[in-house]
Write a protein that binds this ligand. Sequence first.
Ligand SMILES: Nc1nc2c(c(=O)[nH]1)N[C@H]1C(S)=C(S)[C@@H](COP(=O)(O)O)O[C@H]1N2
Ligand SMILES: [Mo]
Length: 418
Amino acid sequence: MNRHGARRDLWLTSLLGFSLLVVIPVIAITGLLSNAAYDPRLAGNVLAQGRTLGSLDFYLFTWPTHPWWLYAATQGVHVSLGLAAFPIVLAKLWSVLPGLFTSAEQPSLARVLERLGLVLLIAGILFEFFTGFFEIEYFFPFGAQLITAHYYGAWVVIATFLLHAALKLPTAKRSLELRRAVAPLRRDLVHMPPPSALLTVVAASDACCAEAPGAAAPISRATVLATAAAGSLILLVQGVAPVIGEPVRRLALLGPRGNETGPGPNDFEVNGTAAAAGLTTKQLGPGWRLHLAGDDGVSRDLSRQQLRRLPQHSYSLPIACREGWSTTQHWTGVRLRDLAAVVGTDGSSDLNMQSLDGATASLASNQVADERSLLALRVNGVDLSPDHGFPARVIVPAATGVNRLKWIDSLQLGSAAS
Ligand SMILES: Nc1nc2c(c(=O)[nH]1)N[C@H]1C(S)=C(S)[C@@H](COP(=O)(O)O)O[C@H]1N2
Ligand SMILES: [Mo]
């Protein structure tokens, strides 16, 4: 073992391993929560938003509408931690590089499976990182299937991560314990661990992570740790900034959103502009009607003036995008459940919606029934700007941004939604 000015060793690998042991499950769980929030069970969400349903799509619960910041938090954590984990993954890979291609052990079936799992884990993590990053950066090399691929890639990572952690945990734990045990040695030889314990770890370290004897080592362990930690911290801060909002939003280095905002009180992130969606001023003009359909073929067309004469309610709620940013604004409009009543339903059904740009989405019945779920007509005391969804957009507490359509054309409730 190369003890002098040690660069790679089992302690470094174990330390990085333990931080990933905490971080990767948090990323995985918040990612699965994001899938539940998006709710691909509902027709309008699967069909139009690039997710296909497979056998690994299972849901243990309906996405709640409380607390109102739920998705902003889970997805903010998912995206910022997902990015921040990357430097740690790279450092960990670097730390085991010498042992990755050489093996003292005899090849066995268990060994081959372990290596195969490891290859899949590394490939899976890289795949998840890049597909997630592409999504944030608006780069869709294989269309909307990017999100489906990200979802299935997650299952590969979860399975191989569990296998890898189970196999390596004992060695990693011993290595950290040993370092703690060895620390007082410099002062007090009595606390020295039994030599057998030392020897197992030295052997494991040699097999895994030791620098080849006499190898030129261009970087020190401290440099590797400091670089990984600094990189990770920068990514974390830039990821959390767009969730917190002003004045730290400008630290969001990687998010392309927020370059477009709106005038006056509409001055907050625009995801896609009305022009980019191909909408004309005529479509958004006074001729616009909301097409409502409910039970037993009941339907109504409502102008914006008619909607304004229905009871108006105001709530501060965030738009929380799956890309990790969110923005909380004060919305005013008509309750979705009041609109359900207009077409003779009790608001206990799902809701399907279509927008003028062709987007579709669905809401579950608990989202329709929540008193804070609005067809918003105004924001921060003024009419919505065209880019923020004028004439009307749907706002739902705790929900994902993709399901909060702008430029609403029609809503189906009750039997019309099934
Ligand atoms: N009709 C329509 N509604 C939409 C979208 C869209 O492309 N078309 N994008 C959704 C997404 S992904 C988000 S994050 C929010 C963003 O709303 P904003 O542009 O007002 O910030 O709108 C949602 N509503
Ligand atoms: Mo979004």
